[in-house]
Write a protein that binds this ligand. Sequence first.
Ligand code: SF4
Length: 302
Amino acid sequence: MKKKLIVSFSGGETSAFMSQWLWQNRTDDYEMLFVFANTGEEREETLEFVQHCSDYFGFAVNWIECEPGCKEKYRSVDFKTASRHGEPFEKVIRKYGIPNIALPHCSRELKEVPISAFSKNRFGKPYYTAIGIRSDEVDRISPFAQKKKLIYPLISKTFLPGIMKPDVNLYWSKMPFRLNLKGYEGNCKWCWKKSKRKLLRIAKDTPFAFDFPQRMEELYGNFIPDSRSAKLLQDGKSIPFPITFFRNHLSAKEILQMAQSANPIIRDESRAYTKQATLSFDDTDDIDAVGGTSCEVFSDCR
Ligand code: SF4
């Protein structure tokens, strides 16, 4: 009897690479469901890439969005009906407040919770979840991987171990299509986990990408849910108001202002084909927050 496998497709080239490999090599062993959790703040290129992969490789992708107020915890959408103005993200903020490095709940609420609910609904239990973390990202493996039945096909000896970023880049460079974004532009357009240098570059090139976080900070900057204040009280911490997304208490408005006089040069790691070329800058402004910029579920990006 085949084992049940949820394939978490984040919309990036690594998880797409993992998805097509599993689809082409392991359907004899696993009954698979591919799932993409849309935050509503993805770039249009990411949505197009997910759909393109589905059409080209022939695996159906289940598009879902979180529904924090509903019993089911997710709703099904598709390429046409997927939210494109941050609607799922705002629902999470309305309930849990603005996420940031002190309380990083967005990946959990926007991806992990709805994917888990979808998986239980469609598969019951038990099922495994495949996560697209590469062999150069082993520090992002969940300490609860065994308990949560998480598998890492690009690291695990029983699948395709040793896959690194240049391997993924090389694969896509030979394909008739790829994710039409620079390496630092993926996931939520303005993700607070990106380095300051990357945020400034994005703000300079596409200032409208910050419309959503700016609007959220204006609307919810003084909102703190009871659960959050109780936790802060318990930890003996206080929180400076207004609450902002970005590190060092920077707001979206300040990032946009700073970008006017900045012109940071960022390497596009999605076009690096040797290990040497993927090394990061040794610069504090270019260090991403916990878990790097990728937003894989069940990693240390929470
Ligand atoms: S961690 Fe970043 S990419 Fe992931 S949901 Fe939060 S803002 Fe979006």
